[in-house]
Design a protein around this ligand. Sequence first.
Ligand code: ATP
Ligand code: MG
Length: 416
Amino acid sequence: MITTVRGTRDILPAETPSWRVLEETAREVFAAYGYQELRTPVFEQTALFARAVGATSDIVEKEMYTFADRGGDSLSLRPEGTAAVVRAFIENNLHRSLPWAVYYMGPMFRYERPQKGRYRQFHQMGCELFGAEGPLADAEMMAMVLRLLRRLGVDASLTLEINSLGCMACRGPYRTQLFAFLQEHVAALCEHCRQRLQRNPLRILDCKGEGCRAVARQAPFMKDHLCGACADHFQGLTTLLTALNLPFVVNPLMVRGLDYYNRTAFEVTTTALGAQNAVAAGGRYDGLVAEMGGQATPAIGFAMGMERLALLLDAAQVKLPRPDIYLVVVGDAASRQGLVLAEQWREAGIPVVVDPLGGSMKSQMRRADRLQARFVLILGDREMTEQGLLLKNMANGEQVFLKWETAVAQLSALAA
Ligand code: ATP
Ligand code: MG
């Protein structure tokens, strides 16, 4: 038996209605804030992610699905969405039409240890905004994320955490201080953090290991070493969040896993999902477009994990689809006639489910019941002789007889 690949899963029909609610609600909310949809390829040149996400990031170092294609090019399945959006922005000369506000949704791929809420193929939806520099954009984006979560009914156990990661000017000197501090406490760090002390000391701040966390709490914080411009930006953001009545927590240890962030970083976490507590994450990446070869353009974005949202989604919002009209056909001649009639009705825009298995009237009625059909049409021997159909209202049991030639008009009134 061939099964799914480890870390991947089927989203079965019992679950797809929740996914549709997620997707449709997100599209509405994003559109209401002026975002348009962008669809990029599922694989890209490996170099794109190495440069945009960062060669020393966990994603590029350990989690990417990278392969050589038959022509010998190194390609990777996308592990996140921002790199490709930036590539598309540059490749299509979109700096001429700022602001550029786009959203995406779709599968991402990371070679991780699978567990609840953590998969190797998972789905993200996210937004990216190019051209806006000030904290207004940051605050509005957070307001949008929280509005979406509220609309989905998943906001009860959520916290908005923010931090500032500084900029080119202030992060360098801070990094030197942090490095010196961490070196003094190297004995208390985990193996992995000791290895990345040189390359990426900031990441040690959000290591989940007990020893590292104790060290991190005593470490110098970026937010206390911001340059004037970054401090103003962060102050502006907190003022706006307060004006918007959006509660937030400043988490000086939140550094984000992707190398490209600067200034504002934010996460929305939940207490309802156990270890996989991050629902949405994002931040500003003002230097990335230039870094990737485009014209310097400020930008901010976020991504949210759809599997985690699906686990949290308020079930009351999910309506299972139920057929309006279910056609029960008893006997061979009736089956043929039923198929012809159903196609005529569908041609007229009337949705109808024809029982696909046939058999006794009783077993077909049972299937109609299971799908919670609103109306059942019966076509058996007697109806064949009379060139008609029996229409049964499943809510009250009422039955009426329809002639084949006038059924379309009567049925379209029902389906409306
Ligand atoms: P985590 O700390 O949980 O690994 P991350 O920092 O790697 O998250 P991001 O790269 O910021 O996550 O991705 C944004 C969101 O995508 C996360 O907040 C999470 O909801 C979701 N996500 C990330 N990786 C996975 C995964 N392997 N399976 C399911 N969802 C994921
Ligand atoms: Mg991760």
